[in-house]
Design a binder for this molecule. Structure first.
Ligand SMILES: [Zn+2]
Length: 106
């Protein structure tokens, strides 16, 4: 039994994540999704050629927990991959700002 978070390598009708529940392993469930026996969103992501990764797993998560995560409507903040990308983008922006200052001060 587990709750899992999927990250798509591209957006699918404005979504980049899917939160689901399974009483088997998340890997098995993902295969279900890909073969069409699951969420229409994940099936669409797969047929659009998006890479789908299991980025988080809550091994003891139940249906209620799945619901509470979905209700947050902010899967991105739960996704380690997106957080990493965001952190890198912030660092890049900071570096650009520093560079500008250096140029100004010379
Ligand atoms: Zn993500």
């Amino acid at each position: 039994m587990a709750v899992y978070l999927l990250h798509f390598s591209r957006k699918v009708s404005h979504a980049r994540h899917y939160i689901g529940f399974t009483d088997r392993s998340a890997e098995e469930r993902l295969e279900d999704h890909k073969s069409g026996k699951g969420s229409p969103l994940v099936r669409a992501a797969h047929s659009l050629g998006a890479k789908i990764r299991i980025v988080r797993l809550w091994p003891d998560g139940d249906r209620n927990f799945e619901r509470s995560l979905k209700n947050r409507k902010d899967a991105r903040s739960l996704c380690p991959l997106c957080q990493e990308l965001r952190r890198k983008a912030r660092n890049r922006a900071a570096r650009r700002r520093r560079k500008k200052l250096e140029v100004k001060n010379t």
